[in-house]
Design a protein around this ligand. Structure first.
Ligand SMILES: Nc1ncnc2c1ncn2[C@@H]1O[C@H](COP(=O)(O)OP(=O)(O)OP(=O)(O)O)[C@@H](O)[C@H]1O
Ligand SMILES: [Mg+2]
Length: 330
């Protein structure tokens, strides 16, 4: 259980996070999705009790992260952005060392359990320095799981992993997240879509959208798009399609298919199908295409256009491009 209200953090004059408010329940995997510098890591550091907020409150399993940070640390497992590992220790010794730091009872058993969860028992006696990046990430996860925390905070858990390892770690997180509260950060949209029950899109320290991955897609898809394939020569098709109530744009694609954009909120597909047949064409295929999560993300995090101002930098930009090819520097 994570409860965050009005959380704000300033670094000098820079506001890294700006009044964040959100909750995460037990058994829920919440994704923090945002570009570089959005404030994901800052929020996670505050939630793990490593850094106080400038304003606002954050509670983890009911404990305030500032006033009861010791209680919070007992209940939170944290996979930081870069896991501090000791290359000349074996996996087992490192985890045992971490378990002892936490004063865990039955430390040996805890280490073996954590190793089993992350599927690294066979590497327990190997040196950390000899592990692959994905295995190191799993050691980091094991470290975060040692004390059986109720809340897991994972900062970009799949960064730098190969596709097979990514699939493995995602599966592992879904498994771990069944009875715990998981907050993970990513800037990969498809990842948020695959692992998370709920996604918070964060940009410049603010939450700009919050929803289930599926809802986010349909709720924010401003206009609906329909892809069509029609039999034969379709010269007059464009005007027939444009005449359908609710159709905004009709585009013929080079591959012979058509893309129709319709106003949101109504399903125009039956009318489109009828219009095609009535105009004497055969409809071979019709497919609704929502905006991709990528499109939505761009939409939500797009910079406000700057008001036009003539200064030197802009004067430079309007100069014509040089004709010759640019030589790429090494
Ligand atoms: N210790 C610090 N001192 C000063 N500024 C900081 C500090 N930590 C973070 N910031 C600033 O706060 C903002 C948010 O950074 P943060 O690391 O939280 O972003 P992020 O969402 O994790 O980005 P990334 O995807 O690159 O990891 C950035 O502008 C960053 O420069
Ligand atoms: Mg970060």
């Amino acid at each position: 259980m994570i409860e965050v209200e009005g959380l704000t953090k300033d670094f000098g004059a820079r506001r890294a996070i700006d009044g964040l408010t959100f909750n995460a329940r037990q058994g829920e995997i919440v994704g923090f999705l945002g570009p570089n510098g959005a404030g994901k890591t800052t929020t996670m550091r505050i939630l793990t009790g490593y850094m106080p907020p400038t304003a606002g409150t954050a509670k983890v399993v009911g404990f305030d992260v500032t006033e009861q940070s010791l209680e919070v640390r007992k209940r939170v497992g944290y996979l930081p952005e870069t896991v501090p590992l000791y290359n000349d220790m074996t996996v087992y010794d490192y985890l045992k060392f971490m378990a002892d730091l936490r004063h865990l009872a039955e430390a040996e058993d805890r280490v073996l359990e954590a190793l089993e969860v992350v599927n690294l028992l066979d590497r327990a006696e190997g040196y950390i320095g000899n592990l692959s990046k994905g295995m190191r990430q799993r050691v980091g996860l094991a470290q975060a799981l040692l004390h059986k925390p109720e809340v897991l905070i994972l900062d970009e858990p799949t960064i730098g992993l190969d596709p097979a390892q990514i699939i493995e770690v995602r599966k592992l997180i879904r498994e771990i997240g069944k009875e715990r509260t998981v907050l993970l950060s990513t800037h990969i949209l498809s990842e948020a879509q695959q692992i998370c029950d709920r996604v918070l899109i964060i940009n410049k320290g603010r939450i700009v959208a919050e929803d289930s991955p599926e809802h986010l897609q349909s709720r924010l898809a401003g206009a609906q798009r329909v892809s069509l394939r029609v039999q034969g020569d379709a010269d007059g098709l464009e005007s027939s399609l444009s005449a359908v109530n609710g159709v905004q744009t009709v585009v013929a694609r080079p591959d012979g298919t058509w893309e129709v954009e319709t106003i949101p909120g109504i399903d125009t597909r039956p009318q489109i199908a009828r219009a095609i047949v009535q105009a004497g064409y055969d409809l071979l295929e019709m497919r609704a295409m929502g905006l991709s999560l990528e499109d939505i993300f761009m939409e939500l995090t797009r910079e406000e256009p700057e008001p036009p101002a003539m200064d030197e930098t802009e004067a430079e930009q309007v100069e014509p491009e040089p004709e010759q090819e640019t030589v790429e520097e090494e």
